[in-house]
Write a protein that binds this ligand. Structure first.
Ligand code: ADP
Length: 386
């Protein structure tokens, strides 16, 4: 068992998720090395070491991986061919590359759901926007619908809601899919942890509230408002999916509950996820520690919620680009149960994820009151103004 803790762990990417993985790893005395382009990345302050390189380059990932025992990711946009060759050479790659190939491409994800009987909204794969426009012109596709880039979309950037003819002017470029627009009643996420021995644990579901224009999570609540029956349904669905995809590590499963109470899988991520930030302060074991336990094939322990929590994403304010300033942080630090996580990104941009704040309280209602205070007082701006 103790040899497992001595393995050299490599993470592709050193953003905020990599940073929080390193923080959890340092608690267990783990040796974690990050692959990143230069040293100005959030995890730099907290990783054991760092190798300079590009996570999308075959050669850089190979060179990095050869020195590691276990390799994981904090972002899907990595060189999978290199990971597959490292896997063949006997390195432990978690998530396994077969799962990563499916997940990295939203088109393949949807086909996987359809092919394996997982509920998801209806869709069609398209070569690009010309084909989409043809479908609309020929009345084979009716408004409203959702266009999504097959790869490289993140934080709502690869998602375009099309309601009317004018929206066709801003269609996304490249291979895409179109989905029926779901009449969403709730957006839910469940994070599953799975180790190579097949042990699985799920975190209590969370409910996400989105920013009306940026398509980004603004608030997240835990516990969610699901009934116990719905909770067990989403939990079972998430577990089945993790098993079918043969994921090792975490699988964050985003789901919609529609107005008829039907549960539909939206998308998944095989790594720590924005919807699990609150687990650091609110759960017995955080998602970050859970990911590390899982990839090291350690016992998973407990995911139980200790206290209700709200998570507020800190996004760069509109109109501010430049050196980061967290305005109003002192007012928030005066409040008990308010835990800011500032990612240390030197430059802010409109809607860039610059940090998050977790609020834990005796009741969810009390946490919501403080979350609204934080949202009104804490602003990410730049020192040089607009
Ligand atoms: P990202 O990968 O950027 O997180 P998502 O696929 O999760 O993209 O979409 C972002 C948001 O867009 C969703 O959380 C949801 O609010 C909205 N959305 C996505 N797909 C649909 C759909 N089929 N119907 C209605 N809303 C959708």
């Amino acid at each position: 068992m103790h040899n497992r803790l001595n393995q050299k762990i490599g993470i592709l990417g050193g953003g905020q998720l990599g940073k929080m993985l390193c923080q959890a790893g340092s608690k267990l005395g783990l040796d974690i090395t990050i692959l990143e382009k230069d040293h100005s990345f959030p995890a730099y302050q907290v990783c054991s070491s760092y190798v300079c390189g590009d996570i999308t380059s075959y050669d850089d990932v190979m060179r990095f991986g050869e020195k590691m025992d276990v390799i994981t990711i904090e972002i899907e946009n990595v060189n999978i061919d290199a990971l597959a060759d490292l896997e063949k050479a006997g390195k432990k790659i978690y998530p396994p590359t077969d799962a990563l190939r499916v997940i990295k491409d939203k088109g393949k994800q949807k086909m996987f759901y359809e092919g394996n009987g997982f509920p998801t909204s209806e869709f069609e794969l398209l070569h690009g926007k010309d084909e989409l426009i043809q479908l609309v012109m020929n009345h084979k596709l009716d408004y409203p619908f959702v266009q999504k880039s097959r790869t490289d979309g993140y934080d709502g950037k690869g998602v375009h809601i099309v309601r009317k003819n004018e929206d066709l002017e801003t269609l996304l470029e490249g291979p895409c899919l179109v989905e029926t627009m779901v009449d969403i009643s709730k957006e839910i996420a469940v994070i599953v942890a799975r180790n190579p021995s097949g042990e699985m644990m799920t975190f209590p579901s969370v409910e996400m509230h989105f920013h009306p224009t940026a398509n980004l999570v603004e608030f997240l609540f835990c516990p969610s408002s699901l009934t116990p029956d719905e909770e067990s349904k989403v939990t079972e669905l998430a577990k089945k999916l993790a098993q079918k995809l043969n994921v090792v590590g975490l699988l964050a499963v985003e789901m919609f509950v529609d107005k008829n109470g039907e549960i539909l899988i939206n998308e998944v991520a095989p790594r720590p996820h924005n919807s699990g930030h609150h687990t650091i302060e609110a759960c017995v074991t955080s998602q970050y520690e859970m990911h590390l336990r899982a990839i090291l094939d350690l016992p998973l322990g407990s995911t139980a919620l200790i206290r209700p929590a709200v998570m507020v994403n800190l996004l760069g304010e509109e109109g501010f680009t430049g050196e980061t300033l967290y305005k109003g942080i002192e007012d928030c630090l005066k409040l008990g149960g308010v835990y800011p996580h500032l990612y240390g990104k030197k430059e802010t941009k409109p809607f860039r994820k610059m940090g998050h704040v977790t609020i834990v309280e005796k009741s969810l209602d009390d946490a919501i009151v403080k979350a609204k205070f934080v949202q009104n007082h804490l602003k990410v701006i730049s020192s040089n103004g607009a």
